[in-house]
Design a protein around this ligand. Structure first.
Ligand code: NAD
Ligand code: ZN
Length: 378
């Protein structure tokens, strides 16, 4: 089959790789209809991780079940399904508690599994024609048949639940004010989720005019940090107090206005942007210090986080991978009921063959390249 394969920093190619096959009675094989490129793929694409050349990318996948293992009971050939990016067993302590982003079974020694992601287990990615799904009864979310809402449902694999998770970590409640750093796909989903939960005002911080425009269109208040300090701008609009809650949807690749990376910038800005005793939801990715990894990734695990100010203000924070299964059913049903339309974030729908160019544009954050969906059957 054809798949998107990592070659070297800033280079992927569409190549022939072996077809996946049923390896365990609980597996299914899914024929991929939609798979998305994620900001998380860019950490590997830009060579910041220890990802080996040859790895197939793709953790945001949906499609039609093609083949089922003999132990699978609730999923059948022909079912339309979306796959949470977390690969999870469903029976370990964390899965039983709904913390499927931290499954203790699938990836020994490192909590949590994912398709096509370095250090998150042996699972091959879905930017391909087919995908093997382990523990399929647990890891498939069934969708209505047909092709309605295809692009909305595709976002249930990661960014819609991840944006929602950020608001859950920050416990966003009706009437509250929220600042969201980053208006990339994840930040836009977090702002959208905060509004769905009844936030009164949501400030969306970025410097990309096209992304800030989308934020404005969904009802958030755009804050351009290249035009002046974001903290000052947020405080000016909240009587000098700051917002009730804050979200990091950028991560360690945060840039200062001139363009240099400054890993702890968003965390420290959040501490200043949120009122004393507020809460932070941190879903932007922070890589652990990796002594064996590329030198700058080793450095970036250690950040100059201003813990003193965090303590002084009595803030609380939640972090980590989204537990997609905790939210995807409810968010799916909101899409079906017409109460949520997350695909406003999608800018491009392309055949798999165009993945290399799409990665280049999305990585450079070229004007208008907000979220790319690949369609392997196109
Ligand atoms: P993205 O890179 O497209 O978006 C990041 C945005 O942040 C960009 O628009 C960029 O202009 C903006 N930005 C950079 N520096 C900034 C700063 N100092 N202040 C404000 N904005 C700034 O990526 P994405 O797909 O939206 O993902 C965002 C982050 O979320 C990534 O780190 C990704 O790995 C992570 N992520 C986490 C999970 C999870 O489960 N926790 C899931 C998916 C993605
Ligand atoms: Zn993703």
């Amino acid at each position: 089959m054809k798949a998107v394969v990592y070659k070297e920093p800033f280079k992927v190619a569409v190549e022939d790789v072996p077809d996946p096959r049923i390896e365990h009675p609980n597996d299914v094989i899914v024929k991929i209809t939609t798979t998305a490129i994620c900001g998380s793929d860019l950490h590997m694409y830009e060579g910041r991780t220890g990802a080996e050349p040859g790895i197939v990318f793709g953790h945001e996948n949906m499609g039609i079940v093609e083949e089922t293992g003999p132990g699978v009971t609730s999923i059948h050939r022909g079912d339309r399904v979306v796959l949470p990016f977390n690969v999870a067993c469903g029976f370990c302590k964390n899965c039983l508690a709904g913390k499927t982003g931290f499954c203790l079974t699938v990836n020994e020694g490192f909590a949590g599994g994912a398709y096509g992601y370095v250090s998150m287990g042996p699972f091959i990615g879905g930017q391909a024609q087919y995908l093997r799904v382990p523990y399929a009864d647990f890891n498939c979310l069934k969708l209505p048949p047909g092709d309605e809402h295809e692009d909305d449902f595709a976002l249930l694999a990661d960014i819609f639940p991840t944006g929602y998770h950020a608001t859950e970590l920050a416990q966003v409640s009706p009437g509250e004010t929220v600042c969201v750093y980053g208006a990339g796909p994840v930040g836009l989903m977090a702002a959208y989720s905060a509004l769905l939960r009844g936030a009164s005002r949501v400030f969306s911080v970025d410097r990309q005019p096209d992304r800030l425009r989308v934020a404005h269109e969904i009802g958030a208040i755009p804050i351009d940090y290249s035009k002046g300090d974001a903290v000052e701008q947020i405080k000016e609009q909240t009587d000098g107090e700051g917002t009730d809650k804050g979200i990091d949807a950028v991560g360690y690749q945060a840039t200062v206005p001139e363009g240099e990376e400054q890993p702890a910038m968003v965390l420290n800005s959040l501490v200043e942007s949120v009122r004393p005793t507020g809460m932070l939801g941190i879903v932007g990715l922070y890589v652990p210090a990796d002594p064996g990894g590329p030198s700058d990734s080793a450095k970036k695990g250690e950040l100059l986080f201003k813990i003193g100010r965090f303590f002084e203000k009595g803030l609380r924070a939640g972090t980590g991978q989204a537990n997609v299964k905790a939210y995807n059913r409810q968010l799916r049903d909101m899409i079906i009921a017409g109460r949520a339309n997350p695909s406003f974030v999608v800018s491009h729908r392309l055949p798999l063959a165009e993945a290399p160019e799409a990665y280049e544009h999305f990585d450079k954050r070229d004007n208008g390249w907000t979220k790319v969906l690949l369609k392997p059957q196109m």
